[in-house]
Design a protein around this ligand. Sequence first.
Ligand code: 13P
Ligand code: SF4
Length: 310
Amino acid sequence: VDPTLDLFEEIEKLKKEKNAIILAHYYQEPDIQDIADYIGDSLGLSQQAAKTDADIIVFAGVHFMAETAKILSPHKKVLLPDLKAGCSLADTCPVDQFALFKQKHPDHTVIMYVNSTADIKAMSDIVCTSTNAVQIVESLPKDEKIIFGPDKNLGAWVAKKTGRDLVLWQGSCMVHEIFSLEKITKLKNRHPEAEFIAHPECEDAVLKIADYIGSTTGLLKYAINSPKKEFIVATESGIIHQMQKAAPDKVFIPAPPNNSCACNDCPHMKLNTLEKLYLCMKYELPEVTLPKTLIEKAVKPIERMLEISA
Ligand code: 13P
Ligand code: SF4
């Protein structure tokens, strides 16, 4: 790409020319968040994908999110700036192993976190996100047997909140499971006024010392509305851009990971760049496509989720 090109201007032009909408997850780099038409968490993004009248959905997020958009809007073109933007959590749940797991637990309703492949969604009864997981579980009768996957930490947190006995798939997210309890405790001691807020994909030991636990949107709203001025944030660092924009006078400290070489950036989310976004809009590639039969199966559990959380 010509380095003298104003990518913001070019992307705005392409949006109008092609009647395209850019949907971006909170974990995208700040430039992408700033040019997006809608920024949100997984639930908000799927609600937008279901209702948009744009011809092209440019999904600045990871592959399972673009797949969900395609499933909800099968007649629209869905673009993902980098097809390699996957998800370590979705990868923990391969179809053949999950089919065996289901066989071992017959008569169970399958609730699947949206961070899963389209094939896995097609094997599920209801999809959920971290915003509505508690509500989705509670929408089922108390005696219903439930499989919850693929994130074991979110699953354990939901089980605790709802008092339900969930059969958990043992998956986890590489970003959320690396936070160091010891380093966070030390940081809390150095910042006694700070509130510690965490995403439910974090490990139980980390969640136990949190002042607030919530999805990305939950964390953002909490931080904006809290009277406190300082926050230690245990989730992907991209969300701090929105926190800082909404509350410029507050201080947001990323929670420290256990390995000093690691950081709170999701390597999959951060594969997308402004340049790749521009190129994918210009050439309308790479496109996310799915077989019609798979879309027909996978749409049912997603629509069930959207109805419950409407
Ligand atoms: P939410 O967007 O539901 O908070 O999920 C976070 C996440 O890990 C997305 O990949
Ligand atoms: Fe997947 Fe974790 Fe990255 Fe979200 S933050 S896309 S769950 S690897």
